[in-house]
Design a protein around this ligand. Structure first.
Ligand SMILES: [Zn+2]
Length: 171
């Protein structure tokens, strides 16, 4: 049963499907950010050897970070041991940076694997690091189901980038 315009297009232009599959990593917002080379504009706050840290474009809270391998892989088992190791090291770094810069009362850290788990971008694995403050769910305004974040992403980048730089230049 044909579900809509997209289904028809795929049926009638099978070469387009092949094109879509081969171009997927370029359509990935995380791969695009890494390749763009403008970390300020793309809100990348730290580049490690195998993994990097980027601000979440739709943050749950100010300072919502994500840690990802440079390689476009979806699953934990597709990551190399080096990538997994550095991901954990960067998790510790992110928590330290946020503690120093934002004095949160706690953190939510996690992986959403698969659509059913709520992953927005399923094709490129990422760990969420969300700073939490007592009562933060109370003071955030909700408009059209989206929580309004008082601080803009550019400002968050300007605030966090120097802390990442300072903490990583010490060792
Ligand atoms: Zn990707």
């Amino acid at each position: 049963m044909l579900g809509g315009k997209e289904t028809l297009e795929h049926l009638w232009t099978p070469w387009r499907m092949e094109y879509i599959l081969s171009e997927k990593p370029r359509e990935c917002p995380f791969c695009r950010a890494v390749e763009a080379g403008d970390d300020r504009a793309c809100h990348i706050v730290y580049r490690g050897e195998h993994c990097f840290v980027i601000l979440n474009k739709y943050p749950y809270n100010n300072g919502h970070l994500m840690i990802l391998p440079y390689r476009h892989v979806a699953e934990l088992h597709e990551m190399t041991p080096e990538e997994r190791r550095e991901m954990m090291e960067l998790l510790e770094l992110c928590v330290r940076v946020l503690r120093q810069s934002s004095r949160p009362d706690g953190f939510n850290v996690g992986l959403n694997l698969g659509e059913a788990a709520g992953a927005g971008v399923q094709c490129h694995i990422h760990v969420h690091v969300v700073p939490r403050w007592h009562g933060d769910t109370n003071y955030m305004t909700v408009v059209n189901g989206v929580r309004v974040i008082p601080e803009l992403l550019d400002e968050t980048w300007e605030r966090l980038k120097p802390v990442f730089d300072a903490l990583t230049s010490q060792h």
